[in-house]
Design a protein around this ligand. Structure first.
Ligand code: PLP
Length: 395
């Protein structure tokens, strides 16, 4: 039987034992955190202790943490809720400044606000390693600050790993009193994240070794986005829905554990990732690395394999038991180049030849050795198959 080598931590990470233990204990226990009886009060205590633990790791107050159903909901609430709040106060504030390399959980709500919510969306420039141009941001803020509703820039990119200069962006936004929403889904657990730097921060359970389907929006005190979900108003009246106590307990346990072993774990993961990149680029011709080589998430390596179709590589690797990913989806069977790589200036064919390997807590030297062993032959086979032309290229 082929041993599976899992190198797709940025898509979802295995549950940490601490999270699994906390969650399974709660799954076996009854209690709605909003009920007044003893079972309800017990569940409430678990929720509030989880909130306190997460807040302490992120350097904010417990009341700033609003639990959600995951990163996507947290991003939607941050983006749409703050936009609506700002427009209610001042209808002229229609502009959203964002980067072209955001995750779709940010890009798509922004686009929908542009299509049907009256928003004037402006994309900042990202350079060839995926760093957002802060001079450009400064010019935009200086020129039109009274028209801007919010700024949305992610902490670290999910496809190439590039880390943004969040403290500087925060400083600029503060100068002009513009709320800054930051998608930190890939950063939490991998980097020290000080959520007090930003006004609104999204995080997700399953990227830190917690469960899928839970996350949080961390909001600066006094910032009250217009809710997306209406109902019981369980979370500060900003978010409704019965709280998922087991998932929240698992999320908190994962974040605390990830914070506890961050230095040791990320040093090990970074050195495995660097070994992978060095040996793959050293043994296979015409492989290039995408993203910022210095300021990057410890586990992410995005590589372009000239002359290959990324999906072909992915399937051949999967057949060999190695699981990694492409940054972008396939539309109607036609591989689409990643919007992140295109925004970084790659041509569509090179962007389509790219794969993301993402390592994490349980990754081993044997995993890396296996990739290095099988990849040269797989790349040769994929190169022989060539790259399909996109319908646009077919005259
Ligand atoms: N933002 C980023 C950067 C992500 O990588 C992801 C998930 O891939 C999300 C948001 C969405 O998070 P969730 O899967 O919890 O909805």
């Amino acid at each position: 039987m082929v041993q599976t080598v899992y190198l797709d931590y940025a898509a979802t990470a295995p549950m940490r034992p601490e999270a699994l233990a906390a969650m399974t204990t709660e799954l076996a226990t009854v209690g709605n955190a909003n009920s007044l009886h003893a079972s309800g009060r017990r569940a409430r205590r678990v929720v509030e202790e989880s909130r306190e633990a997460i807040a302490a790791v992120l350097n904010v107050q417990p009341r700033d943490v609003v639990f959600t159903s995951g990163g996507t909901e947290a991003d939607n609430l941050g983006v749409k809720g703050i936009y609506a709040m700002r427009r209610l106060k001042d209808p002229n504030r229609r502009r959203i400044l964002t980067s072209p390399i955001e995750h779709h959980a940010v890009l798509d709500p922004i686009e929908s606000l542009g299509e049907s919510g009256g928003a004037d969306v402006r994309y900042l420039f990202a350079d060839n390693v995926g760093r957002v141009d802060l001079d450009w941001l400064k010019v935009e803020l200086e020129r039109d600050s009274e028209l801007i509703a919010l700024v949305c820039v992610m902490w670290a990119n999910n496809e190439v790993g590039t880390i943004q200069r969040v403290a500087e962006i925060s400083e600029l936004c503060k100068q002009f009193s513009i709320p800054f929403h930051c998608d930190a889904v890939q950063a939490v657990g991998q980097l020290p994240v000080d959520a007090s730097l930003v006004d609104s921060l999204a995080l997700s359970g399953h990227k830190v070794g917690g469960p899928i389907g839970v996350g949080a929006l961390v909001l600066r005190p006094g910032l009250n986005p217009v809710p997306l979900l209406h109902g019981g108003g369980q979370e500060r009246d900003v978010r409704s829905g019965t709280l998922d106590t087991p998932a929240i307990a698992g999320l908190a346990a994962a974040i605390v554990a990830a914070n506890g072993d961050m230095a040791e774990r990320t040093t090990r993961v970074r050195s495995l990732r660097d070994d992978l990149v060095e040996r793959v680029t050293g043994t296979i011709e015409n492989v290039t690395r995408n993203g910022d080589p210095d300021d990057t998430l410890p586990g992410v390596a995005n590589l372009s394999f000239d002359g290959c179709e990324g999906d072909a590589l992915l399937l051949l690797l999967d057949a060999a038991g190695i699981e990694c990913s492409r940054g972008s989806a396939c539309t109607a069977g036609v591989p689409q180049p990643s919007h992140v790589l295109l925004a970084m200036g790659l041509d569509p064919q090179t962007a389509r030849s790219s794969l993301r390997f993402s390592l994490g807590m349980d990754s081993t030297q044997a995993d890396v050795d296996r990739v290095v062993e099988v990849l040269p032959d797989i790349v040769s086979r994929a190169r022989r198959a060539g790259t399909p032309r996109s319908p646009k290229d077919i005259k």
